[in-house]
Structures are given as structure tokens and as C-alpha cells.
Ligand binder design. Sequence first.
Ligand code: URP
Ligand code: ZN
Ligand code: ZN
Length: 464
Amino acid sequence: MTTTLIRGGLVITAAEETHADVLIDGGRIVALADHAAELPWNADQVIDATGKYVIPGGVDAHTHMEMPFGGTYASDTFETGTRAAAWGGTTTIVDFAIQSVGSGLREGLDAWHAKAEGNCAIDYGFHMILADVNEHSLKEMDALVGEGVTSFKLFMAYPGVFYSDDGKILRAMQHAAGNGGLIMMHAENGIAIDVLVEQAVAAGRTDPRHHGEVRKALLEAEATHRAIQLARVAGSPLYVVHVSATEAVAEITRARDLGLPVFGETCPQYLFLSTDNLAEPDFEGAKYVCSTPLRPAEHQDALWRSLRTDDLSVVSTDHCPFCFTGQKELGRGDFSKIPNGMPGVENRMDLLHQAVVEGRISRRRWIEIACAAPARMFGLYPRKGTIAPGADADIVLYDPHAEQVMSAETHHMNVDYSAYEGRRTTGRVHTVLSRGELVIDGRRYVGHAGHGRYQPRGTCQYLG
Ligand code: URP
Ligand code: ZN
Ligand code: ZN
């Protein structure tokens, strides 16, 4: 094992900013010292970080590599998706293993382990999607918590696919209250939405923009409210994923003001894109079809404010890419057949840094919502999400002054469009280490599939 010294950078964590050198040994951070200190350290490798930020690798707690959806599969494999994540400064993903209806959690989790093992450039963990809540799958939750799969996603949307009714949701929450699991909720009233979808398509309103119109903010807010009340009754914590509507944020804020263990996540697409994108002509709006949907731009202020006040605690990508050609096109003439999901695993750290540049959040809050909070939320802290002695040496050297233009021509995700095509941002990943090994070395990929290891997780560290 080589020792590495990162010299001369500004170390930024969620808690502080210090001009410090970082010593790495055996894949872990072993010490930090002031630049000015006389160092007795001899390292095999010295990396010059002068003029750069030295930040923890990003933790993206919401990805869907190779996810089956709408008759096709998300176009990034664990190999291509984790490589792209590394390019974007993310060193850990938590992906969603899926239980099929009629099967157990075990089969689903084994299948996701088989997809990921030996293929990842960076470390990874799993959440479990509960698509079939019954006595057997409830019991299986306990074993999964013991294996480090400590969070379970339920859907109030997508009837006939992943949907659970309120009774099933309550049972799963009661079970999680007993085993320490965290329930993650896709909060949209899918039963009502499906009525509106049917009516829209029957009336010939078939363009992608109607996806945004039928998936109403009020139906996100209603489901969020209901999920919170069900969690209160069950005595379980709740994490609401991909929050996009002001009205849904208000429900989370109210719950948190009552001191309830309710947490919210949003995603870059809701912060930077809007229904204007869904309305792009020539079916281009299909590129932006995801659920919850993009909202009118007026919703963005509430999301940014809530990120500052911690009513929303985490920014994940919900990375679920489908190529425009051949995949999004499945929904030409009927928006309800467009596979739901957008690419973004490579863009998250840069977009959030742009928010720092524009004064929306501080540098430390950038690191908190993108690294430390997701690590704490999902039981990975302080191994992941910070720069401190004992932590894994997952470190990004970030050039805060480099300019870039986001584009499908230059990105590394396996998808034929960029949701942020042509967007200029300031700041760019320069070098990435995962457990002390170089993955990106001065804008050159030097990692390899199979470096990434499965990360068993503890339970949510914001509780108890
Ligand atoms: O549109 C989305 N979000 N696709 C991925 C599945 C989900 O609901 O997170
Ligand atoms: Zn969802
Ligand atoms: Zn998702």
C-alpha cells in the first residue's frame, strides 16, 4: 500500500475550511496538518493541490443503474455509470435493488449484487425497493438490515408496477420502526394521476409537457402529507425522495417543525430545470420526463431556501438515464409511454458548486448536502462524506476556477443527450481518489472496473 500526501489545498468539509495537507496510508486518511507545519511525513506519492479545493468524494444516494422501466433498461450499467460518477467527483453511490412482484427481497438483492460486483469504478451500496409487501417480504427486511441494506423505498405512484396501497405502506413502516430501517417514499398520488393520464391521452393531449401537467404539485403534496401521517402512526422515520413541489416542501417543513423524524431530498433537475424544458418542441421535452416531474421555475426558490434551512437535507441525482433515440422515443404519440428518468450522476457536484458561485449556498453547505448528509442519512459516516483521520481516502481535488460547458459530446454517461446541454459552469473535478487509489488523475481516467466495493451500511445516523 502506498502512502500519499496531498499538499497545499483548501480542505473543505461540512464543518470547516482549513488550509491543510492530507496524509493517506492504507486507503485511509491518517492525518491532517497545517500547511505551515514542519512535516515529518515521507510519502511515496505527493499530489500538489495548490489553488484547488480538497473535498470529500460525493455520495450520491439515489441512482438507478440498469433499472428496468417502461419496457426498457436505464442505459448506464454499473461500469459506465460509476465511471461517469467518478468523472463528476462522486465516489460512492447508493443504488436501488428491486424486488419483483411475486419474488422475495433476497432474489432482487442478489440480482443487483451480481450486476454490480466486479464492475464498479467506485464504492457502492444498495437500498431495496419493496414492490410486493407481504408477510414474507416484511420478515426479509430484518435480514437485509443486518447485511447493510438499511433503507427501503416504497411507491405511492405507478399503480400496477411498484405501487403499494396505504395498508401495505403502514405495515412496512411498522416493520421498519422495529428494525431500524429507513422508509424512503416516492410521494405522488398515483391512483389519481393515472385517471388524469387516461383523460389527457383520450383528449389527444399526448406531448411530453402533459406529463408535467397531470402529475400535479397538489398530488405530490397530498401524498407527502399522507406518508408523513402514516409514518407518525407507525412510529417510523421517513425520507421523502425527489421532492419537487413547493407544496410538498411545506408538508416536510411542517413535520420537521413538529420535531418529527422526517427528511427530504431534492435533485439538481428540480433546482436547475423546469416545465419550460418539458415543453421543448419536436418531442425534445421527452428528455426531461421524470417523476416527480419538473415544475414551473417558481418552485425553485422554495427548494433552494429549504436546502439552506435544512428542511431539505440531501441532493441526490435520481440518475436513471434513457437514450433519446430508441428509448425516450417509445413515448412518441403518448407521453405516458416515455420511460421516466433523467441522467445526472456526472453533473451533481458541478451544478451544486455553481450554486456556490452564484451565492445560493455556502461552500460548506455544498459539501454537506452532497457528501456528509447523504453519508449520515444512510449510515456511511464518517467512513464516507468527510475528510478526517480514519475516513476512507475518497477525496476530490476540485478546481474552483476552471470553466466548462456541459454537453453530451464530452460527458461520460452512456446516454445520447445531456439534460444540461450548453450550460456554462465554473468549477471542475481535477483529480479523484477512491480509498487512496487514483481514479481520475488530472482529468485522465486511470480507474478500473472492479475497484469499487460493496459498502454495507449502518442505520440512519440522524436518529436516536
Ligand atoms: O423518473 C424517475 N424518477 N425514474 C426513476 C424511478 C424513481 O421513481 O425514482
Ligand atoms: Zn421515485
Ligand atoms: Zn429514483
